[in-house]
Design a binder for this molecule. Structure first.
Ligand code: PHE
Length: 347
């Protein structure tokens, strides 16, 4: 091996030993810098006789190119190593399970309400919505509730510290029955002057409030009001319609109804509706699900209708109670605790 080959070999070794870019630049200076070993060789050419210069110069240039090539290779290798190191440091484990966004779902009471709306919708009922903060007139007076009736007492009803234009405290509606009046009034106005007023067929589901709290009562609960008023409706329509609804809601025909005489100021006669399952875990027990009755003539008048022509039937059912029965939930408060371990079972 001649001395130029050795020089190239030494440079390659020096480059290979450089493990950082700075080391490599130092090693480069030793061979290719101003007073580097290759540069010294080129400078030494000047002292040679002319006829030797050319051949010797060509040899040194070959050696120089080899050193430069070795340097370029090593630079590339160091850059590759650095990139690989960076990638390793920032590595993602793509096999880790992702963090999923929780999927939302309807609340079981909301689901029950949607079922109720779908069933009554299929029977041609409109779905109406109304205020939860009500006036005394809509919650009580229009519904033929005598001034001293216990339903008006401070014990049952939440009042709002604001008075209406009649000087009476506003209330958080204790039932959805005010919607009977609100909806019928709007309907009567819309069809005023018509020879024949189309029947009113509406349900009004929503939140209701009472000063009450135990396993089957919550201060906020849900009701669905139903109203059917026309010139040709009778109690049997209420009965058939409610049976149809309740069997659809529970998805069974093995279910019977009972109308038990009762009292509400706004219906006469009035009845509680009880249901009994003929099969399943609740079999054989009468369960109260609704108040109902023929709309009182005084209430028909407050709707802006003529009690001599218009007869109506109304009911008010507890949506939470229906949801409890449908899903087999024993304590109403579970629905409103917001515990996802409970709620996610209904997804
Ligand atoms: N509003 C009554 C209640 O809350 C239920 C009801 C509605 C009764 C309609 C008769 C007619 O108990």
């Amino acid at each position: 091996m001649n001395e130029l080959d050795q020089l190239v070999q030494a440079a390659k070794t020096a480059f290979a030993e450089a493990t950082a870019v700075a080391d490599l630049e130092n090693a480069k200076a030793k061979y290719l810098g101003k007073s580097g070993r290759i540069t010294e060789q080129l400078k030494a050419l000047a002292a040679l006789p002319v006829d030797e210069k050319k051949a010797r110069g060509a040899l040194i240039n070959v050696a120089k190119q080899q050193v430069e090539a070795a340097l370029a290779d090593r630079r590339q290798a160091l850059a590759d190593a650095e990139l690989a190191q960076q990638l390793r440091a920032q590595a993602l484990d793509v096999t880790l399970p992702g963090r999923r966004r929780g999927t939302g779902a309807l609340h079981p009471v909301g689901r029950a309400q949607e079922r109720i709306e779908a069933i009554f919708g299929s029977m041609g009922f409109d779905i109406a919505d109304g205020p939860e903060i009500e006036t005394d007139w809509y919650s009580f007076t229009a519904l033929n509730n005598p001034e001293n009736h216990p339903a008006r007492s401070m014990q049952d009803t939440f009042y709002v510290d604001v008075k209406d234009s009649q000087g009476r405290w506003l209330n958080l509606r204790p039932h959805t029955s005010p919607m009977q009046i609100r909806y019928a009034q709007a309907h009567a106005r819309t069809h005023a002057g018509a020879a024949v007023m189309p029947d009113i067929r509406v349900i009004a589901p929503g939140r209701t409030y009472r000063v009450d709290s135990d396993a089957t009562h919550s201060p906020m609960f849900h009701q669905v009001e139903g109203l059917w008023v026309g010139e040709n409706v009778s109690f049997k329509d209420l009965k058939a319609m409610y049976l149809n609804f309740i069997q659809a809601f529970f998805e069974t025909t093995a279910l019977v109804l009972r109308f038990r005489p009762s009292y509400f100021p706004f219906t006469e006669p009035s009845a509680e509706i009880d249901i009994m399952f003929e099969r399943g875990p609740l079999q054989g027990r009468w369960l109260e699900v609704s108040g109902s009755g023929q709309v009182h003539p005084q209430v028909i008048r407050h709707m802006g209708l003529d009690p001599e022509r218009h007869v109506g039937f109304a009911f008010g059912s507890g949506i939470d109670r229906l949801a409890m029965l449908r899903y087999g939930v024993g304590d109403l408060r579970l629905f409103f605790d917001g515990d996802l371990r409970f709620l996610s079972q209904f997804q």
